[in-house]
Design a protein around this ligand. Structure first.
Ligand SMILES: Cc1ncc(COP(=O)(O)O)c(C=O)c1O
Length: 364
């Protein structure tokens, strides 16, 4: 067989690209802990412990699987318009909001362009930027994890194209205020506000979209509607931008099962928002317990997770490992700023009780 030197054909910036660190599936976690899968408590993916709406599960079971989905997503965009109050032409759905993040990079970023990211934050922005050949500028958040506007202004140059802000921020849990979003928009750069956890805080800047064609608001059905496994999210932005995304997306990007589940979930929104209320009250209960626990400090959170601060990185690793050995999985981070923390997703009351009992034992 002739030598193809396949490695050398790979685009230079992708040959050794730093990959995203995803969470492992439950069966692997169970194997690691040496316990049956049914016994693990998975709090590492900010997933919804109550699962999807039964109506969504029914809809998925009954959807014809042999027909391609509507490339223009008419039914989904109509239903999302009714749910969000945004106009249909301002809405576009993706295979998870992850896909929309990637599409925004494809649309705006040429190799060498700069992306501004407020660190620590959701790692997908920097990952997609690297894949697109962009340069990521990580602007450090301040001591309360707020975004630093002076550092931002110093950092913008003619190569800067996009600013990403997650609000509430994953993993720190805090919101960006509307005035700061207005200031970001005034830079004229593309400003993406990722509201993946919107339903847990009811704070949005989607109302600013009609006034600012450089604003993109991202949302997802993964968290509040329990559809993480089906991969469906959406964006709210100017109709012109939606049209450009339609032009470059793969035509059938959201599959028929995800489409059916989204439609059924939006019809069943009151029940799903009831689950959100349970998660929020559980978050507040866990936060109060953690505040009284020696050796650990919770960061206030507006999402379905809490960032927990330990004394130092060794202690954070010890607690992380000790939880994992008991079958309780939380999320740790490799970055210097977060090495003394872990993030725990809010589970059911029973899961919270198990997490608290394990922590008490580990920290005593
Ligand atoms: C801030 C943020 N944005 C987007 C996502 C991804 O959402 P989706 O499942 O819709 O791709 C997550 C998932 O954890 C997230 O935390």
């Amino acid at each position: 067989m002739p030598q193809s030197n396949i490695e050398q054909k790979i685009r230079g910036h992708l040959a050794n690209v730093q990959a995203y660190t995803p969470v492992d599936p439950p069966e692997l976690l169970a194997q690691q802990a040496g316990i049956p899968e049914s016994e693990i408590i998975k709090l590492n993916g900010n997933e919804n412990p109550y699962g999807p709406s039964p109506a969504a599960a029914d809809a998925v079971a009954n959807v014809p699987l042999h027909i391609y989905p509507d490339p223009l997503q008419r039914k989904m965009r109509q239903a999302l318009s009714e749910y969000t109050g945004a106009d249909v032409p301002s809405i576009i759905a993706g295979a998870g909001s992850d896909e929309l993040i990637d599409l925004l990079f494809r649309l705006f970023i040429e190799p060498g362009d700069r992306i501004l990211d407020f660190d620590p934050t959701f790692a997908m922005y920097a990952f997609c930027a690297r894949v697109a050949g962009g340069t990521v500028e990580l602007i450090q958040r301040d001591e309360l994890f707020d975004i630093d506007m002076d550092a931002l202004r110093d950092s913008v140059d003619e190569k800067t194209k996009i600013i990403f802000v997650s609000s509430p921020n994953n993993p720190t849990g805090n919101l960006v205020n509307e005035q700061k979003v207005e200031e970001l928009l005034d830079t004229g750069l593309v400003v993406v506000i990722d509201e993946a956890y919107y339903e847990f805080c009811n704070q949005t800047v989607a109302n600013l979209v009609p006034k600012h064609d450089n604003l993109v608001v991202l949302r997802t059905m993964s968290k509040w509607a329990g559809l993480a496994g089906l991969r469906v999210g959406y964006g709210i932005m100017s109709p012109e931008l939606v049209d450009h995304i339609i032009d470059i997306k793969s035509p059938y990007n959201v599959n028929v099962a995800a489409e059916a589940a989204l439609l059924a979930s939006l019809e069943d929104a009151p029940a799903l928002l009831g689950n959100v209320a349970k998660i929020v009250s559980e978050r507040d209960r866990l936060n109060a317990v953690l505040e009284d626990m020696p050796g650990i400090t919770p960061w206030p959170s507006e999402g379905n997770f809490i960032l927990c601060q330990l004394a130092n990185s060794e202690e954070a690793s010890r607690v992380y490992e000790a939880l994992a050995s008991r079958g309780i999985f939380v999320r740790n981070f490799g970055s210097e700023r977060l090495q003394d923390t872990f993030r725990v997703a809010i589970g059911t009351p029973d899961q919270t009780d198990a997490f608290i009992a394990a922590l008490k034992e580990i920290l005593k």
